[in-house]
Design a protein around this ligand. Sequence first.
Ligand SMILES: C[S@@+](CC[C@H](N)C(=O)[O-])C[C@H]1O[C@@H](n2cnc3c(N)ncnc32)[C@H](O)[C@@H]1O
Length: 259
Amino acid sequence: MAGETLPDHVLQNRAHWDALASDYAASGERHWSEDTPTWGIWNVPESNLRMIPDDIAGKDVIELGCGTAYVSSWLARRGAKVVGIDNSEAQLETARRLQREHGSDFPLLHGNAESVPYPDASFDFAISEYGACLWADPARWVPEAARILRPGGRLHFLTNALLLMLCADEDESKPATNKLLRPSFGTYRMEWPGDTGVEFHLPHGEWIALFRRSGFEVEELTDVLPPAGSTTRYPFVTLEWARQWPSEEVWKVRKSISP
Ligand SMILES: C[S@@+](CC[C@H](N)C(=O)[O-])C[C@H]1O[C@@H](n2cnc3c(N)ncnc32)[C@H](O)[C@@H]1O
């Protein structure tokens, strides 16, 4: 927000995503053209993961780290009143172009999902697919999501599975093996050698403790199993690996009704 000093990881990730934006335009275009959502690096169908609640029409919704905003576009098409927020103006430029091309119009804000410029209890549903849930500091964005959700409001997100992050090669062009390369305890902020981004990965017990401290109840944790024959453009994991161990995880949490 104006006048606010941004944390170093937010500034670093802004530069990182401004530089990467052109590489993400094609996948944004493809996803905007899909009627039926598919998720994550394996394009797992919505029917497997049920990321979007059935009763979304008419609901106030925010996508935290919307990138090219295709998730927001799916929600808008289902009748939600959606807002996308993203830390990268270059990603939002693609999102705005795709809005024009698809005749879609919903607010897109340039900002940090750790500090959302909306009053308390503004939204019924918040979602993130490899957005703030991966690139923002959980100690900041999870309580902020709780603040802007109404009691009973839901937060769903999809990110890398912890196990993959423990096995992933430092060289992301090489696929993960079945060897644990780093400890689980203490995993939080991660910067990969030769890469300019800052990611956040938490052991599951720490996610659960953070959700509960922030006023959320955990409804579901899904280890994503990509269907046989799935493909990905990312070289850091093979389908053979991802059909034995979780490469992605989906969290569904709900803001407690009673304070
Ligand atoms: C991988 S994209 C996510 C969008 C899309 N679902 C996808 O998978 O391509 C990651 C996005 O998170 C955004 N992001 C990173 N940190 C953020 C923060 N603190 N607040 C809001 N957005 C953030 C980046 O700018 C980037 O556009």
